[in-house]
Design a protein. Structure first.
Length: 247
């Protein structure tokens, strides 16, 4: 991932301020029925999406957030952007990233981790057969919204996918160093020079880089899979410096 490849993706008042290698991604106060996003990435959002980053990749950024517990989601790292704007699953989800979701979300990717908070996380569901994820097009997404059926499907998915994550105990409003090594056989996450997560069997497929702040909320628990928005009363931002990135 090279800084010169980065482009902004701004929705409904989202803004980007840049000073050298420092970027501030900002969303305005937003109502709970409206979506706002400020994102920096290196891929085209039109389907089918094409990504250019494959392991080995090394990413080092310094970052801070406007709030200790911002509303919505935010983060930085690599993913395959597996959802449509409406929240439909279009690809088996894969990521290696630092990811935050507020308490309105319930994303229980692993059995024992909380469904929200600031995490170092790896998810590799690329080993799942693609028809399982997109069978009958929208039918799969409809099934995920039915609690009883979704409970069985999510339980089976957690058994089949490779996922590992750890909750980070940092003050998000302060500058911290975040480093990620995405290698063929392992993903290593460090915060302020200390290893916080080592995850075997990361995705090997191409993925896109993204750094963003938005007001999404999502659930992927026993009551099914759902996307929605959360209101934010104040302006929120993610500020980051890209200290180094190479293949």
């Amino acid at each position: 991932m090279l800084p010169e490849r980065l482009r902004d993706h701004l929705v409904n008042g989202g803004r980007l301020e840049r000073n050298g290698n420092r970027y501030r991604l900002i969303i305005p106060p937003v109502a709970p029925d409206s979506y706002s996003d400020a994102q920096l990435d290196d891929y085209d959002h039109a389907l089918p999406r094409v990504f250019s980053n494959q392991p080995p990749q090394r990413l080092h950024v310094r970052a801070r957030f406007s709030h200790r517990e911002p509303k919505g989601t935010a983060g930085f790292g690599f993913w395959n952007h597996p959802f449509s704007r409406e929240g439909a699953v279009v690809e088996p989800p894969c990521n290696v990233w630092f990811f935050y979701s507020s308490a309105e979300s319930d994303l229980r990717v692993t059995r024992d981790a909380p469904g929200h908070g600031f995490k170092a996380a790896m998810l590799n569901s690329g080993s799942l057969p693609r028809p399982i994820m997109v069978v009958a097009g929208q039918a799969f997404n409809i099934l995920l919204k039915l609690p009883v059926i979704a409970n069985v499907m999510m339980s089976s998915a957690r058994t089949a996918i490779r996922a590992k994550e750890v909750l980070l105990s940092v003050d998000m409003t302060l500058w911290h160093d975040y480093a990620l090594e995405w290698l063929n056989d392992v993903a290593i996450f460090r915060v302020d020079g200390q290893e916080v997560l080592r995850a075997a069997h990361p995705p090997r497929q191409a993925m896109g880089f993204a750094a963003w702040v938005d007001n999404y909320r999502a659930s992927a628990g026993n009551n099914g899979y759902r996307f929605a928005y959360v209101g934010a009363a104040e302006e929120q931002w993610l500020e980051l410096e890209i200290m180094g990135s190479d293949e």
